[in-house]
Design a protein around this ligand. Structure first.
Ligand code: G3P
Length: 217
């Protein structure tokens, strides 16, 4: 399973990249705004900065909600850097835009996916990734991981090439559940990735090894 980090914070992206297991980055308008990125020039520059830190795919979301605007922005974003994946919402205009961009050989990530039906249409339009939002479904008393399982089964059954990118991952256990469900990618906060390493027996064992190693001097 691939690991993406879900942030627009350059320090966190660098830290995740330095860990050596990072496969890409996802951003969204909320994450960009959180970093204080304002204005078209600054937005485009920030995406290039991210691409220059990581080796893998970098999702950059269109701000338009209408087809024409999505196309215009999508072409502009894709021209920025070969690692850019154009992120488009799971709406009627979005599906049409994914179809158009796919035909132009531009990678896409269909975002705000909350149902198998939305994922099916995105896959049929040729999306590179679909992003079901696990945490936001859980927040609404709906099993987010069950949706990942459903979409993985559907894509396997019909041999869709679209990758399941589990998004809105809130904690380490979500990552393990995504592995069990067969997600292709999990995009997570860095803290959730680091949580995979956390185990008290590792800490206790290491402390003992360090203590005993001093007897060997
Ligand atoms: O990038 C989309 C998604 O990961 C957002 O997560 O925590 O805002 O639901 P969250």
């Amino acid at each position: 399973m691939k690991f993406f980090v879900d942030t627009a914070n350059l320090d966190q992206i660098r830290e995740a990249q330095n860990l050596g297991v990072l496969d890409g980055v996802t951003t969204n308008p909320s994450l960009m705004a959180k970093e204080g990125i304002k204005g078209k020039e600054a937005i485009l520059k920030h995406y290039v900065d991210i691409c220059n830190i990581v080796d893998g795919d970098v999702s950059a979301e269109v701000l338009s909600t209408e087809y024409e605007g999505m196309i215009k922005e999508g072409l502009e974003l894709a021209a920025l850097h070969p690692q850019i994946v154009v992120k488009v919402p799971a709406t009627k205009d979005g599906i049409k835009a994914i179809k158009y961009l796919t035909e132009k050989n531009i990678k896409t990530n269909c975002t705000l996916v909350f149902s198998a039906g939305q994922a099916l249409l995105a896959a049929k339009a040729g999306a590179t990734y679909v992003s079901p939002f696990v945490g936001r479904l859980d927040d609404n008393a709906t099993d987010g991981i069950a949706l990942i399982e459903q979409i993985v089964d559907m894509f396997n059954y019909y041999d869709f090439e679209t990758q399941v990118l589990a998004a809105s991952i809130r904690h380490t256990m979500h990552i393990i559940q995504c592995v069990e469900a067969g997600a292709d990618v999990a995009t997570c906060p860095l803290s959730a990735i680091e949580g995979l390493l956390r185990h008290p027996l590792t800490d206790i064992g290491l402390a003992q090894f360090v203590k005993d190693s001093q007897k060997m001097n």
